[in-house]
Write a protein that binds this ligand. Structure first.
Ligand SMILES: [Zn+2]
Length: 75
């Protein structure tokens, strides 16, 4: 996955030590994490046009469901 230098924020699973970096703002990542169920509803109804980071973020949250996932900033 190509990551421009502007990609600063992402999610980090404390249990798996796995992380994903997404090309969006911290506020957007917080929104997705807090309203995961809303985002999933939207994703279900929108066939295309959803930002890639939303799908990737949901995939990550899905994979680490029930784990301790933190919002994180690149060092
Ligand atoms: Zn995990």
């Amino acid at each position: 996955m190509y990551l421009p230098r502007t990609v600063t924020y992402g999610y980090h699973c404390e249990e798996c030590e796995d992380a994903i970096w997404l090309p969006t703002t911290r506020a957007e990542l917080q929104w997705l994490k807090d309203r995961e169920h809303v985002a999933r509803e939207v994703a279900r109804h929108v066939q295309s046009g959803l930002d890639t980071w939303i799908n990737e973020g949901l995939d990550f949250l899905d994979k680490h469901h029930g784990h301790s996932v933190m919002l994180t900033k690149r060092p």
